[in-house]
Design a protein around this ligand. Structure first.
Ligand SMILES: [Zn+2]
Length: 65
């Protein structure tokens, strides 16, 4: 699996990020959870863990024990 150069939201693990302000190259916005900030994750495995935690936190996803 190639995850090269993909960026993920550090809050929810989504790769649904946009770059809202071209002049401010360090700021990202996440379409999925509304996160904005300079920090993004480029590690697909880490993003997957964040995503799982985020889904659990939301509470209305399936309970997998
Ligand atoms: Zn997000």
């Amino acid at each position: 699996m190639k995850e090269f150069n993909r960026k993920f939201c550090p809050n929810c693990g989504s790769d649904n990020l946009k770059w809202p302000i071209p002049q401010n190259w360090s700021l990202w916005e996440c379409f999925n959870c509304g996160y904005t900030g300079a920090l993004v994750i480029e590690d697909g495995e880490m993003a997957q863990e964040i995503k799982e935690k985020y889904e659990k936190k939301k509470g209305h996803s399936k309970n997998i024990l």
